[in-house]
Each structure stands twice: as C-alpha cells, then as structure tokens.
Ligand binder design. Structure first.
Ligand SMILES: NC(=O)c1ccc[n+]([C@@H]2O[C@H](COP(=O)([O-])OP(=O)(O)OC[C@H]3O[C@@H](n4cnc5c(N)ncnc54)[C@H](OP(=O)(O)O)[C@@H]3O)[C@@H](O)[C@H]2O)c1
Length: 273
C-alpha cells in the first residue's frame, strides 16, 4: 500500500539522486488506524459531539454491487481497511436491506485493537445498528442473539409492535428515531451520540447513505474505487432524492494498492450567513 495524497515532499529526482523507492511497503495495522483516526469527539469546546463516516466500495463505472453483493468489487486491502474502520468505530449503522442481502453477523473482537479500544473507553467491538421500518429481519440470527455488545435496532415508534417486541426478546436494543414507521435520519446520529456512541460508521447501503447525505449529517466519506467495471443497473453509492444543492467535500487522503484507490473525503460545512 502506498499513500498518493497527501504526497510526501520528496525531493525532485535528478540524475545524481534517483527517484525514491515508491514500491508498496506493508502497512501495519497501527499505521492504517492512524491514517483513519477519528477527529476528537466528545463534549470539549473544540470537539464535535459526534462524527458520522461512510464507507463504500464502487466499481470504476460506479456500481456498488455485482450480483447483489459488494464482495466481487472488493480486495484484500479493501477488506483490511473495512476491518480497521470498524475497529475504530463505536457503532456501525447499516440499512436493513444490506443486512438481509449481505447476511450481516455481529462484529468480531480483534486482538490488535483490544488495548486501543479499552484506552479510548470503547466497548471491545462496535455495536451494529440496523435501520429498518418493516422489521422483516431474522431476529433468531447471530446478529441479534450472539453479539459481543447488543445489536441496536433503529426504527420509528409506529413500526410493527409485534416485531419490536420480538427484537427486544432476542436481545436487541430498540431506538425510536421517528414518530411514523421510519426513522428520521437527521435524528439518528444525535440519538446514538446520546448513548455514548460518538464515533459512527455507516456501511450503507445506498438508500440509507443517501438519506444521511440528504439530512446533512454525513461528515466524511471513505470511498474505495475498485479497478473493475460491471455495467448493468446497480445503483451508485447513494440512491435517493437529489440534493437541493451539491454538497461539497474536500480530499483528505488517498491510498493505493493493486490499482484500488482508497479515498477519504471530509464534508465542507456551509459557512454561516
Ligand atoms: N458497495 C458497497 O460498499 C455496499 C455497501 C452496502 C451495501 N451494498 C449493497 O447495497 C444493496 C442494498 O442497498 P439498498 O440501498 O438497497 O438498501 P439499504 O440502504 O441497505 O437498506 C434499505 C432499507 O433500510 C431501511 N431503511 C432505510 N432508511 C430508513 C429509515 N429512514 N427508516 C427506517 N428504515 C430505513 C429499510 O428497511 P426495511 O425494508 O426493513 O424497512 C430499507 O428498505 C445490497 O445489494 C448491498 O450488497 C453495497
């Protein structure tokens, strides 16, 4: 893996001083974690009260799945970064269709992060928070019955009461974030922060990510660009109503391995009038 941006200020090569070796060195887990460290979050004057980061992979032609799964677009390095982003987060927020389609399981303990998480006051693994209105989820699955920390179910107070009760019986913690059957995406990050889950990661899918963008609560986007094309009609990383105005992001970093680009963009806040 090598960093393309920010670039090092290496001296310009001359005949006497050849170009530095840019062959891809192995990055340690600590170096990747440093690269993707969350900004300070908490209640300090200079701190954000929470930070919502999205992580998605897309093909060169913009597709987010092949045959309904994102795995064919991914790579070893992509999965490595995916795992590090999880290991840094307090909570992973994901749409119910992705949970059903990708067969989500509870987050795993990672020994390489145990000390780091404990020092940061984090639980051993991030909680998985599933966003759903219909609650057509398998509450007998390990995601709900065997997590290291309880799985959260984010929904509206008008969601089917029998399914809410079944989720609670299975061990899920239900968070109501709206008065209808749906959750209000603009309320989700604040409700999670109120539970102490401030370092937030969303793994999509495109419907949920589009809602977070539309609500103006997405702070950062980690987008892996996969050197594959798949054509077809798979959606882009956000699939929903068009934003009234394009939302601007600034480039924070680019890593590369085997033709994959691992980009990281931070949202530029509109300046107050
Ligand atoms: N390439 C990538 O990085 C990547 C990442 C993630 C997913 N994917 C792919 O994306 C596809 C799934 O994405 P998707 O856009 O179809 O679905 P999605 O965003 O994963 O999930 C949509 C579902 O989430 C629930 N939901 C969303 N917003 C809600 C709200 N405000 N309140 C309550 N529930 C809400 C609803 O669940 P209910 O139907 O239960 O009500 C809705 O049907 C899969 O093929 C997956 O493989 C790709």
């Amino acid at each position: 893996m090598r960093r393309l941006f920010p670039s090092s200020n290496a001296p310009v090569p001359t005949p006497d001083a050849p170009a530095p070796d840019v062959s891809a060195p192995e990055w340690s887990i600590a170096e990747i974690a440093e690269e993707y460290a969350y900004p300070p979050v908490g209640e300090g004057a200079d701190e954000a009260d929470r930070w919502l980061r999205g992580n998605m992979v897309a093909s060169l032609d913009g597709a987010i799945h092949h045959g309904g799964r994102s795995q064919p677009l991914s790579s070893k390095a992509d999965m490595w970064i995916f795992g590090v982003l999880r290991a840094l987060a307090d909570v992973v927020v994901v749409g119910a269709r992705t949970v059903r389609q990708e067969g989500y399981r509870p987050a795993k303990r990672r020994s390489g992060f145990a000390d780091r998480r404990a020092a940061a006051g984090q639980a051993p693994v991030p909680a998985i928070a599933v966003v759903s209105a219909g609650l057509e989820l398998d509450f007998s699955a390990p995601l709900f019955t065997e997590p290291v920390v309880p799985t959260l179910l984010i929904t509206g107070s008008g969601a089917p009461a029998d399914r809410v009760a079944e989720a609670s019986r299975a061990g899920a913690e239900v968070v109501f974030a709206g008065e209808g059957s749906s959750a209000d995406p603009s309320r989700v990050p604040g409700l999670l922060a109120a539970r102490g889950l401030r370092r937030q990661l969303t793994e999509g899918g495109p419907t949920l990510l589009g809602e977070f963008a539309d609500a103006g609560v997405l702070d950062e986007l980690c987008l892996s660009i996969s050197p594959r094309i798949v054509a077809g009609s798979a959606p882009r990383i956000m699939n929903g109503p068009v934003l009234p105005d394009p939302d601007e992001f600034t480039l924070e970093g680019v890593l590369e391995e085997e033709g994959f680009l691992f980009t990281r963009y931070r949202r530029l806040r509109p300046t107050a009038e």
